[in-house]
Design a protein around this ligand. Structure first.
Ligand code: HEC
Ligand code: HEC
Ligand code: HEC
Ligand code: HEC
Length: 162
């Protein structure tokens, strides 16, 4: 390995370390407990698959608006979605589903073979007994980028969808 490669790898670890340390989130927004409780299993979400493999920019999902503009930048603190969309259970579910589903739907319209779940609830709301299997599946997808899908996403990007 050349010195340059080692330096590059070091930078990569430093950059990737703090950002994606807790890379596979199995999360549930705690606000649902006060809004009538939960009906679905927690959600499995991979930052790596989205932000690294398919280059979805952070501010597609994270935002803080000032004068109608998103002023959130990488490195800024991340609040829970419910801090701002937690008025009711319906409002909060909508915020999550509009964000996640909205993009997945657009991608599937452009490329039907995309494995971006919409109506298959269990692909996002992963039951405990399917967790290990689904983690492996996402890991495999993260490491094997689908080039055709990437081309479709790049086209959506030029239409300023992202
Ligand atoms: C596709 C949507 C999406 C993208 C893209 C995205 N995130 Fe997130 N991120 C989320 C969701 C959802 C959560 C969990 C929020 C919650 O708990 O309410 C989260 C949580 C976080 C957290 C707090 C939890 C943790 O893991 O420590 C940080 C920090 C974060 N994101 C940073 C980033 C950065 C930096 C990028 C870009 C490199 C990024 N995110 C890209 C959706 C996204
Ligand atoms: C700091 C407050 C804040 C946080 C945190 C926040 N949002 Fe938002 N969000 C807003 C505001 C304000 C708007 C309205 C922007 C507008 O319509 O001008 C918005 C808009 C949206 C929209 C578009 C709704 C529409 O009518 O077009 C979606 C979807 C959304 N947020 C989802 C999320 C998700 C998912 C998270 C967590 C990852 C999140 N938001 C975190 C404040 C926030
Ligand atoms: C801007 C686009 C975009 C947004 C927003 C987005 N995704 Fe995705 N998602 C993708 C792409 C691209 C893939 C990869 C599809 C493939 O591999 O065929 C994907 C794949 C997934 C998968 C993997 C499916 C499997 O194999 O199990 C899950 C789970 C997932 N997304 C959950 C979420 C969740 C939860 C959110 C909201 C917090 C979200 N996504 C928001 C673009 C997006
Ligand atoms: C693309 C990913 C995705 C898909 C597919 C999806 N959801 Fe969700 N859903 C989320 C996220 C993210 C949240 C908020 C995080 C959490 O608390 O789990 C959520 C929250 C919810 C909630 C509120 C919390 C609760 O447990 O009561 C309900 C209800 C819900 N989803 C129902 C569904 C149903 C029914 C389907 C299938 C028709 C579905 N979702 C498909 C991502 C998804």
């Amino acid at each position: 390995m050349s010195k340059k490669t080692i330096f590059f790898l070091l930078c990569l670890t430093i950059l990737a370390g703090p950002l994606f340390g807790a890379e596979l989130l199995y999360f549930t927004d705690p606000a649902f407990q006060d809004l009538g409780g939960k009906t679905q299993p927690s959600t499995l979400f991979s930052h790596d698959l989205h932000a690294v493999t398919y280059q979805v920019s952070c501010d597609t999902c994270h935002h803080v608006y000032a004068n109608g503009k998103n002023v959130w930048k990488e490195g800024d603190p991340v609040q829970l979605c419910s801090d701002c969309h937690g008025g009711s259970k319906a409002e909060l579910v909508n915020a999550y589903h509009m964000n996640c589903w909205g993009c997945h739907k657009r991608i599937k319209q452009a490329y039907a073979a995309a494995d971006a779940p919409t109506s298959n609830c269990k692909k996002c709301h992963v039951p405990q007994d399917k967790l290990e299997k689904e983690k492996k599946n996402i890991q495999r997808k993260t490491e094997n980028k689908n080039k055709k899908l990437m081309r479709v996403i790049n086209k959506l990007k030029t239409k300023s969808f992202y």
